[in-house]
Design a protein around this ligand. Structure first.
Ligand code: UD1
Length: 418
């Protein structure tokens, strides 16, 4: 188990470059299964979630070469149509590999996915959608077996705009016979990135980024190179961390449009934001003002920003109300924040934060990826030396977080566990 040791109280100031998006990399890495040749991806973040995905690709039979954010995948000789159980359990997004394997071979075997414990996170919408595409699903000893002679385009109306289900439908229907249309599709920018990548390969996907997506089946795909979009959640995280310390940052390699709900809320707390081409400049006041947030599917305030933003508000002036609408168990980190002196009360999906002037260092434990980042945010402003254990959660999704924060002036060290 690794830890971060953070001596709080330093005002962060300087520049940071946003890495490639985790949530775009995972489905795009899966999409390379569909191309029976070589796909070169650039700007893939070096985090444990991409590593697990690359490991699964290798186990399936892909040749994977990696160098400094560039990943080259040759999927010509895939031999397995099964996602290994132990890797499936390590993260939820492995579920989108099922759609890609199905799309290529009309067959896949996998178990229920794992991932951060932030709610029930069922996969019923994924499975119902596969059935609509003519795929037969059986369950045996904890495994889900999907099979069909051919995938046939269908109209799929999602009960909820699930990101993973939308991606899985796209991946499964790239080679389908006829047209697949998704209504109430998720509109997240990472879905647009996946569609752009697949379209570059030769797929025919229209409407990504809106709630109606149309996929016209094609016969084959071609080799391409593709540059993964920047990570909007990492960008938002760095902005909040700097803002919590009353600091100033120039964030490079980020299009502000994809995090505008977070920027609007940061402005409500008193931060000055100046947007340039591919750059966001933020200057925070000495003490932030409170504000309210409500998580919603894109283009609403992202659930993945809820924990870090809430943590930043614990030292703001006034009372903030947080409503978490997407995941029912996403407040676990708050009990750790309370150990540091945060004043929070939770009632169902609502959390009320009464801003306090200062937090105090403590030994706290990461409960999940974004919850762990919330603890880092708190530790950066707390008086004294905070130890955050179980940072493996944080390393799943943030590339070089400690390095980037040190560059901004933070006193943070990573103590690697055995
Ligand atoms: C993706 C993101 C995750 C983000 C989330 C919501 C990746 C790798 N992960 O996760 O960081 O927090 O979108 O923006 O991109 N649901 C069902 N049945 C299903 C599928 C989902 O009930 O079959 C529910 C979930 O339990 C949850 C809600 O729908 O309450 C949203 O989930 P979904 O959009 O599917 O999130 P993920 O794709 O898992």
């Amino acid at each position: 188990m690794s830890s971060y040791i953070i001596e709080g109280g330093k005002r962060l100031e300087g520049e940071a470059v946003v890495s490639g998006s985790k949530n775009a990399s995972l489905p795009i890495l899966a999409s390379t299964i569909l191309n029976k040749g070589t796909t070169k991806l650039y700007n893939v973040p070096e985090i444990s979630d991409t590593k697990i995905t690359e490991d699964i690709l290798k186990i399936l039979g892909c040749k994977v070469k990696k160098n400094n954010g560039k990943v080259e995948i040759n999927s010509k000789n895939i031999v397995k149509k099964e996602i290994p159980e132990e890797l499936m359990h390590q993260m939820r997004s492995t579920v989108v590999m099922a759609g890609a394997i199905l799309g290529r071979f009309n067959e896949v075997r996998f178990s229920y996915p794992g991932g951060c414990d932030i709610g029930a996170r069922p996969i019923d919408l994924h499975l119902k959608s596969f059935e609509k595409l003519g795929i037969n699903i059986t369950e045996n000893a904890g495994f889900i077996i999907c099979k069909c002679d051919k995938i046939i385009g269908a109209n799929i109306d999602l009960d909820f705009p699930s990101v993973g289900a939308t991606e899985n439908i796209i991946l499964a229907s790239v080679y389908a016979e006829g047209i697949t249309s998704i209504t109430n599709a998720a509109m997240e920018p990472e879905i647009v990135d996946l569609a752009n990548c697949l379209n570059k390969m030769g797929a025919k996907i229209e409407g990504a980024g809106t709630s109606n997506i149309k996929i016209t089946g094609v016969k084959k795909l071609k080799d391409i190179s593709y540059n993964i979009m920047p990570d909007r959640i990492e960008a938002g995280t760095l902005l909040c961390m700097v803002a919590a310390t009353g600091g100033k940052v120039s964030l490079k390699n980020i299009n502000s449009d994809i995090i505008s709900p977070v920027l609007t809320k940061l402005e409500e707390t008193g931060c000055k934001i100046d947007i340039r081409r591919n750059e966001i400049n933020l200057e925070a006041p000495k003490r932030l003002k409170s504000t309210d947030i409500k998580t919603m599917p894109y283009p609403g305030f992202p659930t993945d920003m809820q924990s870090v933003f809430s943590s930043m508000l614990t030292t703001s002036k006034g009372t903030s109300v947080i409503i978490e609408n997407i995941f029912e168990n996403r407040y676990k980190y708050m009990s750790e924040l309370k150990k540091m002196g945060a004043k929070i009360t939770i009632e169902g999906k609502t959390a009320v934060i009464k801003g306090t002037k200062r937090l105090i260092a403590a030994k706290v434990n990461s409960t999940d990826l974004r919850g762990g980042a919330a603890l880092v945010t708190a530790a950066l402003v707390a008086k004294g030396k905070t130890e955050i254990t179980n940072v493996e959660y944080i390393l799943r999704g943030y590339e070089d977080l400690d390095k980037k924060l040190r560059y901004l002036g933070a006193n943070i060290t990573l103590k690697e566990g055995e």
